[in-house]
Design a protein around this ligand. Structure first.
Ligand code: NCD
Length: 311
């Protein structure tokens, strides 16, 4: 395996590689709990360059490199606080930051931005979300959470709910499901936010059975995974349409009653208006564990990038 950049989930469609990443994440988690994380990234500097807001992705990457003994340089709201505001191109920013850091974690509003960056970068680029494109590290922590919580990644029925059109976590997770055997999918969204044809074709090509729905209730008794996503307000050209559909799906006590007893409720977060606070107490709610797993998956990925995975 030769990972230089992490740009797309398509680089991870290999069960052996996933097993290696998940195993490493397990070991790093155990070491972290005992406070004995090996300093695999000593003297390495991670630059987080985020042109869009983030809580989990940025903090977990920064925490990951610090725990592994490295350091962080960062710019929040890179669109305002980096030279982008002076008109510097993404390519030039990447060329320059690559001289100060050993790895760049990039979040950008344009689809394809991480790929563009990787073409000019002298150091590894990690895609932390490129507009409505992909979010590969999120899909890895999602599947890792599924493995941990359900004890398997095969023979699963998943409902992917919300903004399937613009939700980059969905576009990545859909691809990752192609390594799982015998997956059945319910795609639940408002009509305007259906899964783009390119991903629907991907599912067909990989023989993943899916049906599209406008209603959540009907699918609840059958699912192992209820994966909620936020309607991506920032991608809408018309706020009128956003306001019309922003409350399409909501998980509250009524949904909990109908949901399969053995299911798990996942969400890349933020929850905004889609999950009631009382759901947090339900044992099926795993979204905060999912967020925590992001730390260990990102520690594992950084170790792999720097070929320190022998741990
Ligand atoms: C997601 C994102 O940025 O795509 N958040 C995350 O990274 N955990 C989901 C979202 O913002 O809705």
């Amino acid at each position: 395996m030769n990972l230089k950049h992490i740009v797309s989930t398509s680089q991870f469609l290999d069960r052996t590689l996933l097993k290696r990443i998940f195993g490493l994440a397990d070991r790093l988690q155990k070491a972290d709990e005992k406070n004995i994380v090996p300093k695999l990234l000593k003297n390495k500097i991670l630059a987080s360059v985020f042109y869009e807001p983030s809580t989990r992705t940025r903090f977990s990457f920064e925490s990951a490199v610090l725990k592994l003994g490295g350091g962080v340089i960062t710019t929040e709201s890179a669109g305002h606080f980096s030279s982008a505001i002076k008109g510097e191109s993404l390519e030039d920013t990447i060329r320059v930051v690559g001289g100060y850091a050993d790895v760049i974690v990039l979040r950008h509003p344009e689809k394809g931005a991480a790929e563009r960056a990787s073409r000019v970068s002298s150091v590894p680029i990690i895609n932390a979300g490129d507009g409505h494109g992909e979010h590969p590290t999120q899909s890895l922590l999602d599947l890792y959470t599924i493995q941990q919580e359900l004890g398997r990644i095969d023979n699963l029925t998943a409902a992917l709910v919300g903004d399937l059109r613009y939700g980059r976590t969905i576009h990545s997770l859909i691809q990752l499901f192609s390594v799982c055997k015998n997956t059945r999918m319910f795609l639940v969204s408002p009509k305007a936010l259906r899964l783009p044809p390119v991903y629907a074709s991907f599912l067909q090509k990989h023989k993943i059975t899916f049906t599209e729905h406008g209603n959540l209730e009907r699918v609840l008794p059958e699912v192992d995974i209820l994966y909620m996503t936020r309607i991506q307000k920032e991608r809408f050209l018309s706020l009128r349409l956003y306001n019309k559909i922003k409350k399409s799906f909501f998980v509250g006590t009524a949904v909990l009653k109908l949901l399969n007893k053995k299911a798990i409720i996942m969400d890349p977060l933020p929850r905004v208006q889609k999950i009631a606070p009382e759901v947090d107490e339900d044992p099926r709610a795993v979204y905060f564990k999912q967020a925590k797993n992001g730390l260990y998956i990102r520690m594992a990925l950084l170790s792999l990038l720097f070929k320190k995975a022998g741990f």
